[in-house]
Design a protein around this ligand. Structure first.
Ligand code: NIG
Ligand code: FE
Length: 411
């Protein structure tokens, strides 16, 4: 057993029955214990309480939090961290005035990353992803999702899948894997989108499913990418292999992606920059998590998704980094938390729920991580001494992390 003592405020405590926080519960569902201790063993939380009530008998290794706070580690439910190279050339093009959609139309964007991925070895791809994962964990992430989608042909998608599987074996964080063959039309199929979709369904999906590694299927359902009808065909085909949908929806336009995702029982629909009242109402009435990616809005100068309205309407809102080389080259969930407050007008407590317990729900890790409760992962962040929880997203560039534990391991 291991013990953390002298915690000024233990945040993120939930009743063991809480699997996600919806609507108004996002502000109040995570409790705080002042002047607390926390114990863990075998990678899971075993207990917590007030210092004044006494410590457990068998303390084991003791870490003094020295008056810092403890919060659950972040659950980053949407990333594309397996990629080759970087795309700062497009970054400069965007500064000069090109949009994300224009870059894609000119054959850049995702296709540039696919070209780079095809050129490098599996070992190099793994070591790049490993570096990004280590960086994310050092910044407080204890669980994350990772997608394929820079392969765009069967062999390269399988290469990404193998790297994802190796990464999952190596890192202490929990890793969920999503197949995103329909991220863009591969170069070999230029001008033949419907044939590419047929190939995703008849060739890629069976090959991916046979590996038994990807739990989810994703489609970039948006203007200039894949249609709701194509998305629906891919989701249906994937369901025959037991893969559940997590859909890129409404980033660039009112794409119909939310409707298709909810109808297909998606675990989450993600982006939502262009979601309106109809989409919000649909999500509020469903069990699909509304995942928003403010880092992509920030970096790509897109509108921010309507998080405030979605919470007020009763949705389960998660925030994730979308870490990828094109629209969000950062996996820093501290910044995502701040953007959720500053740009989306979520309260610090609501945004904390969005980057922890609801992020867990958005990748099927409900009840496993993202909150402080007995039996959940001992993945948490110990902060420096800070005045309050609200101070964290407020002081948006201050290095407030003192230590990170992922499933009981200091990272
Ligand atoms: O979530 N929108 C689609 N996919 C990514 C961007 C991928 C890329 O540009 O490489 C996203 O923003
Ligand atoms: Fe994405």
């Amino acid at each position: 057993m291991a013990l953390i003592t002298n915690i000024s405020e233990l945040h993120g405590v939930v009743d063991p029955s809480v699997m996600r926080l919806q609507g108004s519960d996002m502000a109040s569902g995570m409790k705080c214990i002042p002047d607390a201790w926390l114990s863990h063993d075998g990678g899971v939380i075993t207990g917590f309480g007030a210092m004044a009530d006494g410590l457990p008998d068998d303390c084991g290794e003791v870490t003094d939090a020295d008056g810092g706070m403890v919060i659950p580690a972040f659950c980053d439910s949407h990333t594309h961290i397996i990629y080759a190279g970087s795309r700062e050339g497009e970054f400069v093009d965007k500064i000069r005035g090109l949009s994300y959609a224009e870059i894609a139309r000119r054959g850049g964007g995702i296709l540039n990353s696919a070209d780079a991925l095809a050129r490098i070895s599996e070992a190099e791809l793994l070591s790049a992803a490993r570096r990004r994962a280590a960086d994310m964990m050092a910044k407080g992430t204890g669980a994350f999702e990772v997608k394929t989608g820079y392969g765009l042909d069967t062999e390269s998608e399988l290469k990404m899948l193998r790297v994802a599987s190796r990464l999952r074996e190596e890192v202490p964080a929990r890793v969920k894997i999503t197949f995103l063959g329909a991220h863009a039309v591969g170069r070999a199929y230029a001008g033949r989108q419907s044939e590419y979709v047929d190939m995703v369904i008849s060739e890629m999906l069976p090959a991916i499913a046979a590996e038994g590694i990807a739990e989810y299927v994703d489609v970039f359902c948006d203007e200039g990418f894949f249609t709701p009808c194509e998305t629906s065909r891919i989701i249906d085909a994937a369901s025959r292999y037991g893969m559940k949908p997590k859909i890129h929806a409404n980033e660039l336009a009112a794409s119909g992606g939310v409707q298709v995702g909810v109808a297909g029982g998606a675990v989450s629909v993600d982006h939502l920059e262009e979601a309106g009242d109809e989409e919000i109402a649909l999500l509020a009435a469903s069990s699909t998590v509304a995942t928003m990616l403010p880092g992509a809005s920030f970096f790509s100068r897109l509108p921010y998704a309507p998080a405030r309205r979605a919470v007020d309407a009763g949705c389960t809102v998660a925030l994730a980094s979308d870490y990828n080389p094109g629209s969000s080259p950062s996996g820093d969930m501290r910044f995502v938390w701040s953007l959720g407050c500053i740009q989306m007008r979520l309260l610090p407590s609501e945004a904390l729920a969005a980057v922890t317990v609801n992020g867990a729900a958005a990748m099927g890790l409900d009840g496993i991580c993202g909150a402080i409760a007995p039996g959940r992962d001992a993945s948490f962040v110990v902060t420096r001494q800070l005045p309050s929880l609200e101070y964290i997203p407020y002081a948006y560039t201050e290095p407030w992390i003192a230590r990170v534990f992922v499933r009981g391991n200091p990272v």
